[in-house]
Design a protein around this ligand. Structure first.
Ligand SMILES: Cc1ncc(C[n+]2csc(CCOP(=O)(O)OP(=O)(O)O)c2C)c(N)n1
Ligand SMILES: [Mg+2]
Length: 264
């Protein structure tokens, strides 16, 4: 597909892009038959809302267990299956830094078997998804950012990021790694990186930093996550009040169970 037919949305110009823009850039550079593989974090929800599926095999996203670490291993499985069918479409794995840390060693298998996949690491220094959930239940994103341990406070709530270099980690496996630095051209650079990764015959890891606080449009669903009934934190107390109001509006789609265990 020629470049002229890959329009994509106009970049926001943010130095540190939000994940929606990253998804748009990756989508713009993939071919309609390519397979996107994902499993956990904020990506499944965001892909569900934003990725335009263009082929029956084009969307391999795991929603049942939301199993962190599935992505790279799952991408290799998808690639093997395609190769067995003599299907040369690309497999593009999108993976958060948390999921990557959970299981990146399958990259060694990609190297050993000479399999080619494209892996896009969305580096947002922690758990954007759980951070957002924590916010909605008044827990102020506690423990969801990768920060150095603060011995005095005995928590990880300080400001110093954990200096782990995931791009260097990927490079250590003997893969091609393209680091896309933050800055005004980050989205154009990311598109260029995905284009180069697709053109290569080897596995390429594309590493891009993202702002965890830039969210995709709200799905407007309600998740029944009970909030602590007893707390000294005002935001949690407020969240509990909200939760009790929301539970009032809840209705059972199958009716209420009767004494005999049937649904009335
Ligand atoms: C094996 C496993 N452990 C824990 C969880 C709970 N969990 C869901 S998303 C998430 C954080 C994912 O972090 P990351 O991959 O960086 O994605 P982000 O939330 O930043 O988008 C956690 C801990 C899970 N889904 N799977
Ligand atoms: Mg993350």
């Amino acid at each position: 597909m020629g470049r002229g037919r890959r329009p994509g949305a106009r970049p926001s110009g943010r130095d540190l892009p939000g994940q929606p823009e990253i998804i748009g850039a990756v989508q713009a550079e993939t071919d309609p038959r390519d397979v996107v593989v994902q499993a956990a974090g904020s990506l499944p929800g965001d892909l569900h809302k934003l990725w335009r599926v263009r082929d029956p095999l084009g969307y391999h996203v795991e929603y049942a267990f939301s199993c962190m670490g599935y992505e790279i291993a799952g991408g290799l499985g998808a690639k093997r299956g395609l190769l067995d069918d003599r299907d040369d479409r690309d497999v593009v794995v999108m993976v958060g830094d948390g999921s990557y840390l959970m299981l990146h060693t399958e990259l060694v298998t990609a190297v050993a078997e000479g399999l080619k996949i494209v892996v896009v690491i969305v580096q947002n220094d922690g758990y954007a998804s759980i951070g957002n959930l924590s916010d909605t239940v008044g827990s102020e994103r506690f423990g969801t950012r990768y920060r150095m341990y603060d011995r005095a406070a005995r928590n990880f709530q300080g400001d110093t990021p954990v200096p782990v270099d995931l791009a260097a980690n990927a490079r250590s496996y003997g893969l091609d790694v393209i680091e896309v630095p933050p800055g005004p051209t980050v989205i154009a650079d990311l598109r260029d990186a995905v284009r180069r990764a697709k053109a290569s015959h080897r596995t390429t890891v594309v590493h891009v930093a993202s702002d965890p606080l830039v969210a995709a449009p709200d799905g407007e669903g309600w998740w029944d996550v009970p909030v602590a009934a007893v707390s000294t934190i005002p935001s949690t107390q407020e969240a509990r009040t909200r939760y009790e109001q929301q539970v009032e509006a809840q209705r059972s789609l199958l009716g209420r169970p009767t004494d005999e265990g049937e649904h009335a």
